[in-house]
Design a protein. Structure first.
Length: 341
């Protein structure tokens, strides 16, 4: 543990230092409607507004977002203090969060995202958990699903089972300083929270569950085939593996994606055989590719809704996810170096 003194508040309700006991950092990027919903939930926290502060880090600085934050600040009337921080010279939630926690005045930083709805006791419960002396704590993320979720919805809901998520976590400032904060090479919202988690673990810092510190993360509508664009995130798995190979193997993936590799190998063999006029080999490779792709399709479909739109989407994306995933792994290896995860 860091050995910091208790963050318990004296009878006056104010921290003994006169500074806030906890700072809430919310990164945002061109989603004022979702941000407004999040901020309205935050300013209704049960924790007294004079013992915490709220920092909104705008990664795509806009007049609309700034005006929204200023409106929320006026309505809060300083309880809590609300600050708007334009993020310049960086891109992605990792860089935005760094701007936020470095500007914060409290010894404990709470992180959530602009598309969450923190429950009223979220901040109070998180602060109580940190008061036990731990270096970091992770709360609960709830993502309500329809009765028959589609593949995209089921995949998004995996966030609720993640071990450490920046949509709901609390970290001591000195712990963030000890690991250098977030790695700004993670320019998309992917694996930057695992990177911080692994960095804290390697330092031997103590991370505890913040039971009862809950945020709701409603599903957002997603366009047809959205999972194809998401494959770009895989290149950040390469960066995470490069930095923490042991922890990556233990906690994320124990070995290479053999199914994807087999699908791509059979597809590549088929194409090369066709170019060389070896049609029998091309036919055999096409058969193997078809069987493996059918298995992948059925494996993805088995737990999601058997509706025509979902079946069509899973079938279409199953054709392209394996080669796209391997492609972005190769891009990650070229960009960050080291072997493939």
């Amino acid at each position: 543990m860091t050995g910091l003194p208790s963050t318990g508040l004296p009878a006056t309700g104010l921290p003994a230092t006169g500074l806030p006991a906890i700072s809430v950092v919310v990164p945002t990027y061109q989603r004022p409607d979702l941000l407004e919903r999040c901020l309205e939930a935050l300013v209704k926290q049960s924790l007294p507004g004079d013992v915490w502060e709220l920092l909104v880090c705008d990664d795509g600085p806009s007049v609309q977002t700034e005006a929204l934050v200023h409106d929320i600040a006026q309505r809060a009337d300083g309880r809590p203090p609300v600050r708007y921080l334009p993020v310049i010279g960086t891109q992605g939630p990792a860089g935005a969060r760094n701007v936020g926690w470095r500007a914060a005045r409290a010894p404990i930083i709470a992180f959530t995202d602009d598309d969450t709805i923190p429950e009223p006791d979220w901040l109070k419960t998180g602060l109580e958990t940190m008061d036990s002396g731990v270096d970091a704590a992770v709360g609960t993320v709830l993502m309500p699903l329809p009765e028959k979720p589609g593949d995209l919805e089921r995949d998004a809901a995996r966030l609720t089972h993640a071990e450490f998520v920046t949509a709901n976590c609390f970290v001591r400032r000195d712990a963030l300083e000890s690991v250098g904060g977030f790695d700004e090479r993670f320019t998309l919202a992917w694996r930057e929270d695992s990177d911080l988690h692994f960095a804290l673990l390697e330092r031997g810092l103590v991370i505890a569950p913040a039971l009862g510190a809950t945020v709701v993360h409603p599903l957002r509508p997603m366009r047809f085939g959205a999972s194809l664009g998401m494959q770009k995130k895989v290149m950040f798995d390469v960066l995470l593996y490069k930095k923490f190979p042991r922890l990556y193997r233990q906690r994320i993936r124990s070995g290479p994606p053999w199914l994807y590799l087999a699908i791509c190998a059979s597809l590549l063999t088929m194409l090369l055989a066709l170019l060389m006029g070896q049609f029998e080999l091309a036919g055999s490779a096409a058969g193997i590719w078809g069987l493996l792709t059918a298995y992948f399709f059925i494996w993805r479909l088995r737990l999601s809704a058997c509706t025509l739109p979902n079946i069509a989407e899973v079938l279409f994306t199953s054709l392209f996810i394996p080669p796209l995933s391997i492609f972005w792994r190769l891009v990650g290896a070229a960009r960050f170096g080291r072997g493939l995860p």
